[in-house]
Design a binder for this molecule. Structure first.
Ligand SMILES: NC(=O)c1ccc[n+]([C@@H]2O[C@H](COP(=O)([O-])OP(=O)(O)OC[C@H]3O[C@@H](n4cnc5c(N)ncnc54)[C@H](O)[C@@H]3O)[C@@H](O)[C@H]2O)c1
Length: 321
């Protein structure tokens, strides 16, 4: 399969991720059929797709005609056969359980050509295990999005032991074509790239708070108004390259080698999230919300609106919308 042969897409699972993926595919011109096990999740997905598109219309990212066409490109079914039979690319976003994903694999293989690409949105399961009983495991890849996939560009593409290079490359080309920023992981790795980075950071900020160095609000402030602002513009290594002046990244990392040894020894190394952390996080964030300006939003709904409005502006500047 190559990307030019992809004419139709199927989404398996119509939840948070499946409906957002469908929005993305439809906005990029692909007819997409969403399958779920019942009419209720499909009805919710239909509403989600409509509101995702309405938001982009409201923001001027698409015009009325494009919005209407995108909505018409999405169909909904409780028949997996109908969804996948003439699709060349399938995005599986069912529940995060091996037995469900494996049963979906069996169903997909009944109705598709052997070279149809199947990408799983799985956040942490191994493609080798998902495709363990597949007749054609070579066409199974991981296509891990960041929520919501119709806005966040990153897709982490992962392979199983039997995934073919052609399938990986086809998934890469397809995601690129629909405006994503795909990265391919060369080895099966727990947590992939971005969630490992997030967790490494989380361990350190949990530790700083639990050992009394600072509060939840201080951490949110320090990241948001410090490195976070730069990270929304440049990756962390490119940022360090600039910090190194004429010596670039090499100069900077050589310079900090000695002093960073002391910090690294002093930093958190535990592997079990402390039991008291969820309560500390909740209490801290509620306090932070008391101080948050009302115009930036206080309720989850208001904050999501604030976040998405700003996200749109950043994505426009990255030429991703
Ligand atoms: N939510 C996130 O932030 C996020 C981010 C990245 C990846 N993911 C991954 O995406 C996948 C879906 O997550 P979600 O958050 O959309 O979950 P969700 O619970 O919102 O949606 C799952 C959908 O799958 C449907 N379903 C149940 N059994 C099914 C079956 N046998 N066949 C097909 N569909 C079935 C459910 O009815 C539901 O609509 C998971 O693998 C998850 O790890 C989630």
């Amino acid at each position: 399969m190559n990307v030019a042969q992809i004419k139709k897409v199927a989404c398996i699972g119509a939840g948070v991720i499946g409906s957002s993926w469908a929005t993305n595919f439809a906005l990029r011109g692909y007819p997409v059929c969403i399958y779920d096990i019942g009419q209720d999740p499909l009805a919710v997905a239909k509403k989600n797709v409509a509101s995702n598109i309405a938001f982009l219309l409201d923001k001027g990212i698409v015009n009325k005609e494009e919005a209407a066409k995108a909505e018409q490109r999405v169909s909904y079914t409780t028949s997996i056969e109908e969804a996948v039979k003439d699709a060349q690319f399938i995005q599986e976003s069912g529940p995060e359980r091996y037995e469900i994903k494996r049963s979906v694999v069996v169903e997909i293989e009944k109705y598709t050509a052997p070279d149809t690409i199947v990408a799983s949105s799985t956040s942490g399961l191994l493609i080798t295990e998902i495709a363990k009983f597949a007749e054609h495991p070579e066409r199974f890849v991981g296509g891990h999005p960041y929520n919501p996939p119709h806005l966040i560009p990153l897709v982490e593409i992962t392979k199983g032991e039997k995934t073919s290079t052609e399938a990986l490359q086809c998934a890469y080309n397809f995601y690129e074509k629909i405006g994503k920023e795909p990265v391919i992981l060369n080895k099966e790795t727990l947590g992939f790239i971005a969630n490992r980075l997030q967790l490494a950071l989380a361990r350190e900020f949990m530790d700083l708070i639990l050992t009394g160095v600072c509060t939840v609000e201080d951490i949110d402030k320090a990241l948001l108004f410090g490195p976070g602002l730069r990270m929304a513009i440049l990756g962390p290594i490119l940022t360090m390259h600039l910090g190194g002046g004429a010596g670039g990244a090499k100069g900077l990392y050589t310079m900090i080698r000695e002093s960073s040894q002391m910090w690294l020894k002093d930093m958190a190394h535990w592997t079990d999230i402390p039991l008291e952390w969820p309560d500390v996080a909740q209490e801290g964030v509620l306090k932070e919300l008391e101080n948050r300006p009302a115009e930036f939003g206080k309720t989850p709904e208001e904050i999501i609106k604030f976040r998405d409005n700003m996200l749109i502006e950043i994505l426009k500047m990255h030429k991703k919308l």
